[in-house]
Structure formats: C-alpha cells, structure tokens
Design a protein around this ligand. Structure first.
Ligand code: ZN
Length: 160
C-alpha cells in the first residue's frame, strides 16, 4: 500500500492523538483531488502540516469494512445463562445477536464453569446445553419431590 489508489477501502481515517483530530475521508474524493498515484507518505505529510500541534502525530488508518447484513440479525437474539441444579437461573452471561458469537461465549462459559448447567437459548428453546444429563436428572428429581411433598414445592434446601 504505497499510493492513495492502493487503499483497499472506501474511506481513509486520519487520527492525531495530540490535537485529538479525527477525520474520515472518502477515498473516491481524495483520489479525485490528489490523484491515485499520490504517495500515502506525501498525503500524510500534507495532513500533518495542517495540524496545530508540532510535531503532529497523525496516522492514517484503513477502517474495517463490516458486512452488516452478516454481522447483525436484530430480530433473533440468543441468551447464554447459567442455571442452578434446581432449575432457576443463577446468572445471565449475556444476550448476543449472532449465533456463532453466542456459541463462542457458551464455549468460554463452559471452560470457566465446567460443573454448571449452561445453555444458549433462542427464546425458550435451548440451542446448546452443557451438562444436559445433569439438568434433566435434577429436573426429574425435582418433579419427583414435588409429587412426594407437594407442600414443599417452593421450599429451598435447608428450609422448612
Ligand atoms: Zn495533530
């Protein structure tokens, strides 16, 4: 990347920490004004010469071009949660609008809390469950206890 015409982006950012200047320039317009063969070093020199601070520390940055269609799915969110053995939610890890990122958060939560019951849910449907057998076993045990002792169904261990 030597000249303005080589920048693989639609915009070019210019930031200076000293003067707190931050600009975003259309590459099309820069090329129209300065030519595609204008060396980036020259262009940066020009920008630095306009800075109120000397010496100017302006840098050229090429922004990441995000594919927003792929990155954002605002209608579909995924909740990552940690559950107690008794089936109540112990902690909300987070809500993420992308399944792959939710899955990555789930994997990290599993490595941090390997003995906990952890889920990724699309509303109420569990997409992934860690310690599923444990979750199901506790659920069955809970139902059995409720049937045996209906009046204790809301009691927590150690109460009553
Ligand atoms: Zn500056």
């Amino acid at each position: 990347m030597k000249n303005l015409g080589d920048v693989p982006s639609r915009r070019l950012l210019i930031e200076c920490e000293r003067c707190r200047r931050c600009g975003s320039y259309s590459l099309e317009r820069l090329v129209a004004r300065h030519g595609k063969n204008r060396p980036l070093r020259d262009f940066l020199g020009l920008m630095r010469s306009r800075c109120a601070e000397r010496p100017c520390t302006a840098q050229l940055l090429v922004p990441l071009e995000l594919d927003l269609d792929q990155a954002v799915m605002p209608t579909n969110s995924f909740d990552i949660d940690i559950w107690t053995a008794r089936g109540s939610r112990e902690m909300s890890v987070g809500r993420v609008w992308h399944l792959e990122i939710a899955s990555a958060a789930f994997d990290r939560a599993v490595s941090l809390w390997p003995h906990s019951i952890i889920t990724v849910r699309d509303r109420w449907r569990a997409v992934r469950t860690h310690n599923r057998e444990e979750a199901e076993r506790r659920e069955r045990q809970e139902k059995l206890l409720k049937n045996l002792f209906p009046d204790r169904s809301h009691a927590k261990p150690g109460e009553s």
